[in-house]
Design a protein. Structure first.
Length: 403
């Protein structure tokens, strides 16, 4: 099932609300995704100044991504199940409050351990949002537009990569990294208010117990295969992407301005990839994932071979972003296709795999960067993405859940 399909919505419809309020709610949820994702990935664009300011290595600063991703991944199936009777509007506002306070603490924290602990707590909130956000959007619009609402929410990923992370880097260059997180605390508070005002009451629906969540991949073979592919893809992508800034500074002596441009180029490529993926996943989920993965591998090879030139870097990063957009949309659609009747549970497992691997990718990439050199991180990305492509290519065309 693709997110553009207008049938078989995997969520229980919400009691009808006005179209205007429904789409305003979708916009608020999209803004929430933007804030959650940029907060999680913000350190990627700030690794060097954070390292210098806090007196820790670049690899250690990468643990800011690791801590939040680890908490988001490991905690989400339990929290989603434990809150299965909590009104989803109330739950989302609580998550945004945690995010606002966490960004504020990060901005004023006197030391690195406090920042790391704060990021861990913020990770739990981030993980729960990823599991419930899309289904909330699908419930507050007319049933015929449910999957269109899901696609709108997922566009927040492109907005975050095009605007959010580069903007954070630009703000840091104009002030400092603490100002960047302080601004993001304010934005989190504004989105909190938007969600509280625009979203209708959303009693929990389609949530299951912890035991049932973890039984899903045991009974559902296609879902299990998708989760393994997600592990390889995310480890490879984020293991390399987390260290783009130090890699470019090491290989090309890139300035902050050029790095900001590179991040914008990557995000623009991601937006293009999302659009392309939105067309191709309807025709072939499997083909979209494989071709996107191959393009990503080619982009990483380009970064290694012609990445000493500005033009080569730009070309490699726009291809990398394009591939990421296609593969990202493909794996989400594969998850929904594998478990359409247990949407939140499947998404909580996807979130667990995805965010845990963001954490592990940043951790392993940091070890490579510190002990072997940042170039080795790019090779790590190539190998892991190749494993995901090989697995997808070798598993045939099975898409029907085995339940």
């Amino acid at each position: 099932m693709s997110m553009q399909d207008e049938t078989n919505s995997p969520v229980t419809p919400q009691k009808q609300v006005s179209p205007t309020r429904g789409w305003l709610g979708v916009a608020a949820i999209t803004a929430s995704l933007f804030i959650f994702l940029t907060t999680e990935l913000m350190p990627i664009g700030l690794l060097t100044p954070l390292s210098a300011s806090l007196g820790v290595s670049v690899g250690s600063v990468g643990l800011m991504v690791t801590a939040q991703g680890l908490a988001a991944g490991l905690g989400v199936p339990f929290i989603v199940a434990w809150t299965r009777r909590v009104n989803r509007r109330r739950l989302l506002t609580t998550l945004l409050a945690v995010l606002a306070v966490g960004n504020l603490i990060t901005a004023i924290a006197p030391n690195y351990p406090l920042i790391l602990g704060t990021r861990l707590i913020m990770g739990f909130a981030s993980g729960v949002f990823w599991a419930i956000g899309v289904s909330m959007a699908m419930r507050i619009v007319p049933p015929a537009h449910a999957n269109r609402a899901a696609a709108v929410v997922m566009s927040g990923i492109s907005i975050a990569t095009v605007v959010g992370i580069p903007l954070g880097t630009l703000l840091e260059s104009a002030g400092d990294w603490r100002t960047t997180f302080l601004i993001w605390a304010g934005l989190s508070a504004l989105v909190f208010l938007a969600v509280a005002v625009t979203l209708p009451s959303l009693p929990s629906a389609n949530a299951v117990s912890v035991r049932e969540v973890f039984e899903l991949p045991v009974r559902n073979v296609p879902l299990r295969l998708v989760l393994v592919m997600v592990v390889f893809f995310v480890l490879g992508h984020f293991g390399a992407y987390t260290f783009v800034r130090p890699y470019l500074e090491d290989s090309t002596s890139a300035t902050v301005g050029f790095i900001t441009v590179v991040l914008i180029v990557f995000g623009t490529g991601g937006a293009i990839g999302n659009f392309i993926g939105g067309q191709t996943v309807n025709k072939s989920l499997r083909g979209s994932f494989i071709v996107g993965g191959l393009i990503m591998i080619a982009a990483l090879v380009m970064l290694l071979t012609i990445g000493t030139y500005d033009v080569g870097v730009i070309a490699a990063m726009i291809l990398w972003g394009l591939a990421f957009g296609v593969v990202q949309l493909s794996q989400i659609n594969m998850t929904l296709s594998a478990a359409p009747e247990t949407f939140e549970a499947a998404m909580s497992l996807n979130t667990m795999a995805y965010n845990t691997c963001i954490a592990l990718g940043a951790l392993i990439g940091g070890l490579f960067a510190d002990h072997v050199g940042v170039t080795s991180v790019v090779w790590f990305g190539i190998v892991l993405v190749a494993l995901a492509v090989v697995l997808r290519a070798s598993t045939g065309r099975r898409t029907t859940p085995a339940i």
